[in-house]
Each structure stands twice: as C-alpha cells, then as structure tokens.
Design a protein around this ligand. Structure first.
Ligand code: ATP
Length: 606
C-alpha cells in the first residue's frame, strides 16, 4: 500500500515529477541500462533469489491451511506426527525464504550502488566540462539537488522498485491461481469487492498525501523565513524588525497548523473507511467462506489458506499503485539524467595529460572586431566590434563604467564563450588554432572575489599547478607576500580555509590567489581588480605581489581604481561594449571631453 506522510513534521521528501510511461521514456531508461551491464550476472542472480524467496513465501499459506486441517484430525487420532511434519516444512520454507532474501538484498544493493556510482561519475565529469553558457542558464544549487535526487530515485528503483514490482506480480499471479483452485465462488466474490475498495483507498490516500504535502511546503516556507532572518540578522536588528519577522513567522506557522488539522480530519475519515470498509470486507469474506465450509463446499484447511492468500493478493493489488508511481518518477529522473549526459561538452581534456602544453603561446593577444552577446540574452549586444592588441609582456588596462563589458572581455580571453563576429588572436593566430585546454593552461586570472576551496592553504595554492612540490608552493607564497601571514597561523600551510576553516581577510585571499597564479606561471595574466579597497598596508603588500606576478608576461588589468594603472602600456576605454578611446594615461588624460579623463577626475574628487 502507498506509504503515507501523515504528519506535517515528517521530513520533507522531495517530490519528483512523474513522467508518462511512453516509448520515449522507456528508451531513455534503456540508455541507462548499459550501466547495469557489467553487473548483469549479479543482477540475474539477485532476480533468481528474489523469485525463489517470493515463491517460498507463497507456499506458506498452503501449509498453514494444511496445519489447521491436520490439527482438527489429530484431535480425533491423538497423533502429533503430521503437525510436527508440517511445522518442519513451514520452518524450512521460512529459512529458505530468509536466506534467499538475504542474498537478493545483498546483490541488488551491490548492483545498484555500483551502477549509480558509475552514472554519478559520468554525470559529474560531463557536467564539469559543459560550456559556461549552460551554467549561466541553470541555477547551480537547483542543478545539484536535482541530480542528487534524480540519481537517488534511480538507485531506489534498482534496489527496491524493480524487486517490488516482480515480487508483487508473482504474489498476485500465484495468489489468484491459488484462490481460484481453492474456490471459484469465493474468488469471484473477492475479485468483485477487493479492487473497488483498493481503488477507493488509493484515491483517499493520494488526497491525504496532497494535503500533507501542502503542509510540508508551508513548513518549508516558514523555515525559509528562519533561515533568511538568521543569515541577515544584522539587517533585522538594524531595522528593528524583530516584531515584523516574528509576525511573519507566526502567520506562516499558523497556516501549517491549519493545513495539518484539515489533513487530520481526512485521516480520521480514512481510518473509518479502513475499519468499516476494508476490515468489513475481510469479515464478509470470512463469513461467506465459513458458510461455504458449513455447506461442505470447501474444506476448513482450504478456507484458512484462502483467507491468507486473499491477504497477500489484496496487499499486492494495493502495492501496485505505489510501484507505478515510483516507476513513473524513475522514468522522469532517467529522462533528466540522460538529457544531462547528452549535453554537448566543451573540448577540454580532463586527464593528467591535459596539463601538458601542446602549442605554446608567446603572449601577443589581439581582439579583432569582436562582437558578442550572451546566448541567453541575444537582444543585448555586450561587445560591439571590440579591437585592441596587447603585445607580449605589455600591461594593458581595460576601464569603463559598470556594465561596459569588462568582465565579458575576460570571459572571451579565457574562451568561455565564442564571439558571434570577429576573432581573438593569440600570437597572431586565431583562437581556433589552439585547443581550449592549451589556451586556458597559459592564461591565469586573479579574480575580484577569490574563491578558496575547503581544504588547506597549501592545497589552495597548489590549485594553480596540480602536483606542485612543497618547495614550489612556498616559493610562490613568498613571492606573493603571503608566506609571512601563512606562517603566523599555528598550522602554517596546513591551516584549513574555506567555509569551515579560518576566515582570511580580503587582502590575504588575494595574495593566495596571486601565489596560485604565480605557480601556474601563465603567459597571459588577467587581473580583475577588487572593487573593495584594502587598508593601505594590505594594499601595499598586494600591489607588490601583483608587480611581481606581472613581470615578464602579458597582463590584462580590469581596473576600477584608475590610480593603479598609470604605468600601463595601454589603456582601453570601454563604454557600452565599444572601445571609445585607447592610449597611455598621459595621452588619454589630455583628451578634452574624454571618458577616461572624466572618470579620472571623478575618482580624484572622491
Ligand atoms: N552571463 C551573462 N548572461 C547574460 N548577460 C550577461 C552575463 N554576464 C553579464 N551580462 C551582461 O553583459 C553586460 C556587461 O557585463 P560585464 O559584467 O561584462 O560588465 P562590467 O564592465 O564587467 O561591469 P562591472 O564593472 O559592474 O563588473 C551587462 O549588461 C550584463 O548585464
């Protein structure tokens, strides 16, 4: 019978959308079957043991009936031998079924774990190679939870749903055959009554579950209030909005209670239905059967077997609704996973060899009339015929108001997106002449917001060069002015950072990122200057480290503070995706009505 979620405080199960059972959805499911293939022998054995244990269980009612018959006779005869024999057979069957069930579970779980592990690995390695555009259009958190719930659903199906489907089918077929052999009359009677009652129970159950789900959703909503307000507690306090938030939470909780109480009424009614309807039906069958026994139409032992088989058949009929729902959910999950596996990925290598540079770049970079819009927003032309060059070893700054397209230029250099028109040239050759991996291996970025991964400082620096030696890491940290502050932590380079580790200041994080970039030793360096300013000591340390990093390589600096780029070999001024000025600081500052001059004056004033 369908599992019920009766109480609003039960943990919220993620309700996965169901898919129609169609040729297409079944084909998707078949695509994933290739992952089971390596374990098909174990899977086959599991199936065999499943059939074995189910058939054994189905034999028990027959023997139980016999036991009752023999018991009646033994009173007359005064002999217990037959009872003992049947008891032995019953316990033997139980033991057989138990051992078979053990192996069935063991093997099904092994097959499902290994199968889903290979699917997980493939999904992840495909996901991580998808183009940026995919991530721009999907919400990463949602994607993550979707994949994990979809894969759990598939795993559940291999372990449980499939087994249950087979088990219940066997029970249903064997059960109906058994009751028909015992008494056609009684079978006809139950086949008229049972399906109707079960259908009512299924619909009733569904309705109750939908109310429970609404209560769950409401509860989740109220939890969001708690989460949001605790995360933004400083805001709540600063605006003295404690009572406003308390009211909002109270209202939300009251709605949960209202829905839960409504659900309770239906649950109560459901219990009435089960008591009167279901048990009433069982009693009716028993009374009808007893009258048949009385009339000598069936024997007592067959009557007992009949009642037991009826129980099994009823259970199997009820169980099918849930199994069908699970199958539909699995087909939905399969469709989404197959879709994800089929997304075209970028041509990047993900094996160890991918770190070898096949086609070295000297460092000349040129934008040649590059026009670009994000595929998700084709109506906004973000770069409009952008052209500029950076010779090997030069420092080129890109400046411009917010939204001018500076970060988009960074994305272009890293080849996150293809321009719709124009091209990028590396050492005079079009970007298409290089593999993506080669370009990205020779470009490094020190971003505005430095993301540190959960792990040690050492691991975070080594991210610039996987497999770097301790000596190389320390050297990079020293050159990045990071060694001293790292050594001030009791655990030095082993200090844990990231979400669960120590919090590093903005300047410290930047120096870690600089060390990372130094270790990567790129030909082209992109500096996305942080907008938030650092205190002067920190600023000096970061600036020094950056100077060290920029030595002997082409540097593209996305500058927010114009004071830092006076020495640049070239400044490219961008406005609404167009290059409107370019030249050195001294050239641009002399331009009357020039945007650079205007922006410089604006910053000087502030
Ligand atoms: N992934 C994206 N998808 C769609 N549009 C985007 C995307 N990223 C940026 N844009 C849009 O492209 C334009 C340029 O953005 P970009 O981030 O390149 O500007 P920016 O000069 O770096 O701005 P800021 O100085 O504020 O960082 C903006 O209109 C922005 O809304």
């Amino acid at each position: 019978m369908a599992r019920q979620r009766l109480n609003s405080s039960n943990p919220a199960e993620q309700e996965l959308p169901k898919a129609k059972i169609s040729k297409e959805s079944l084909q998707h499911a078949l695509t994933l079957l290739k992952y089971i293939k390596p374990y098909r022998a174990k899977f086959g054995l599991g199936l065999f043991f499943l059939i074995g244990s189910t058939v054994a269980f189905m034999y028990i009612p027959m023997e139980m009936g016999k036991l009752v018959g023999v018991a009646t006779e033994s009173i007359k005869k005064g002999d217990l031998t037959q009872i003992k024999e049947i008891a032995l057979v019953l316990f033997g069957t139980l033991a057989f079924a138990a051992v078979f069930s053990f192996f069935r579970i063991l093997w099904f779980v092994e097959v499902s774990e290994k199968t889903v592990a290979s699917i997980r690995k493939d999904v992840y390695s495909n996901l991580i190679r998808l183009p940026m555009n995919f991530f721009a259009q999907s919400r990463v958190g949602e994607l993550n939870s979707r994949i994990s719930s979809d894969l759990s659903q598939i795993q559940d199906s291999i372990t449980t749903t499939l087994a249950e489907f087979l088990r219940q089918s066997i029970i249903l077929i064997v059960g109906i055959v058994a009751v028909t052999i015992i008494s056609k009359e009684l079978t006809l009677f139950i086949l008229c009554v049972l399906p109707v009652l079960i259908l009512i129970a299924i619909f009733f159950g569904k309705y109750i579950r939908s109310i429970a789900r609404k209560a769950q959703d409401k509860l989740a909503e109220s939890n969001t209030i708690v989460e949001e307000t605790l995360q933004g507690i400083a805001n709540v306090k600063a605006f003295t909005n404690e009572s406003y938030e308390t009211n909002r939470y109270t209202q939300s909780i009251n709605q949960v209670v209202k829905l839960a109480l409504r659900g309770a009424k239906f649950r109560g009614a459901f219990v009435i239905f089960i008591t009167l309807g279901m048990f009433g039906a069982i009693i009716s069958i028993a009374v009808y059967g007893a009258s048949l026994v009385h009339l000598g139409k069936i024997e007592m032992k067959d009557f007992i077997s009949f009642i037991l088989y009826t129980g099994f058949v009823g259970g199997a009929m009820g169980g099918f609704a849930e199994i069908l729902a699970q199958i539909q959910k699995t087909l939905g999950a399969t469709e989404r996973v197959v879709e994800l596996l089929g997304e075209p990925s970028e041509q990047v290598a993900i094996d160890e060899d991918s770190y070898k540079i096949e086609h070295p770049i000297k460092g000349d970079l040129a934008f040649d009339r590059v026009s670009f819009y994000y595929p998700s927003r084709p109506e906004v032309q973000v770069l409009n015929e952008v052209s500029f060059t950076a010779k090997a070893g030069e420092k080129v700054a890109i400046v411009g108001p917010s939204g001018a397209g500076k970060s988009t230029i960074v994305g272009q250099i890293l080849r996150f997106y293809e321009p719709q028109q124009g091209q990028l040239l590396y050492d005079g050759l079009p970007a298409s002449a290089y593999s993506l991996t080669d370009i990205r291996n020779q470009v490094a970025i020190v971003p505005q917001d430095v993301l540190l991964f959960g792990g040690s400082i050492k691991e975070n620096i080594a991210y610039g060069k996987i497999g770097a030696t301790d000596e190389e890491i320390i050297q990079a940290a020293k050159r990045a002015n990071a060694h001293n502050f790292i050594m001030n932590f009791p655990e030095g380079y082993e200090t844990k950072v990231g979400e669960r580790g120590v919090k590093l200041s903005g300047g410290q994080r930047q120096r870690i990122a600089i060390a990372r970039a130094l270790l990567k030793n790129p030909v082209i360096l992109i500096l996305d200057e942080a907008t938030s300013s650092l205190d002067s000591e920190s600023e000096r340390l970061v600036q020094e480290a950056l100077e060290e990093l920029m030595k002997n390589r082409t540097s593209i600096i996305i500058a927010h503070r114009l004071s830092t780029i006076r020495e640049a070999d070239k400044i490219v001024v961008l406005e609404k995706g167009k290059v409107i000025e370019q030249g050195t600081h001294n050239e641009l500052i002399l331009k009357d009505n020039g945007l650079y001059r205007y922006l410089s004056e604006l910053q000087l004033e502030s």
